[in-house]
Ligand binder design. Structure first.
Ligand code: SF4
Length: 153
């Protein structure tokens, strides 16, 4: 399972395939991370610096975190893609095919002027989360998505 948790400033990623339930997140930032609650990560219950430090201590790599840099990620289902918006300007997208059973991610691209900000990962996770919520599979074809979604880093 792949999920994103966002507030105005940060995005936290969670990849359940990598989580081995060491619970450092739960003890590091109680309230923000709470197993059994839905959603189990609630960024409104903590301060960004504390959340950042806690995520960085996740021993499995299941959690990751980036600053948003004022970039919003939206799912554009009509056009089978997720998009990265800086104000009104689209600076990146992740394209997929939806055959009703699987989402095949075949292209991910971010304007090079905005690289190294975690935008591409947010785009891929947005599509993956949408697929999983529809109980569809995810087939990464573009090399970036393959790397981001691989089971072990
Ligand atoms: S710290 Fe990481 S590995 Fe441990 S429970 Fe939290 S997400 Fe899972």
């Amino acid at each position: 399972m792949h999920r994103l948790y966002e507030n105005d400033d940060i995005t936290v990623f969670w990849d359940s395939d990598k989580c081995f339930h060491a619970k450092r997140c739960v003890t590091g930032c109680p309230g923000v991370f709470e197993f059994g609650r839905r959603p189990w990560i609630d960024l409104s219950r903590g301060k960004n610096p504390d959340i950042w430090q806690t995520v960085k201590k996740c021993p499995s790599g299941a959690l990751d975190i980036v600053y948003n840099h004022d970039v919003k990620i939206e799912l554009d289902e009509e056009n089978f893609r997720s998009i990265a918006l800086l104000g009104e300007i689209c600076i990146g997208e992740c394209d997929y095919r939806d055959d009703g059973k699987d989402f095949t991610i075949y292209h991910t691209e971010v304007d090079p002027a905005y690289s190294d900000r975690g935008i591409a990962k947010r785009l891929v996770f947005k599509v993956t989360e949408a697929a999983e919520k529809r109980k569809c599979g995810v087939i990464p074809v573009c090399s970036y998505a393959v790397r981001v979604l691989q089971k072990k880093e």
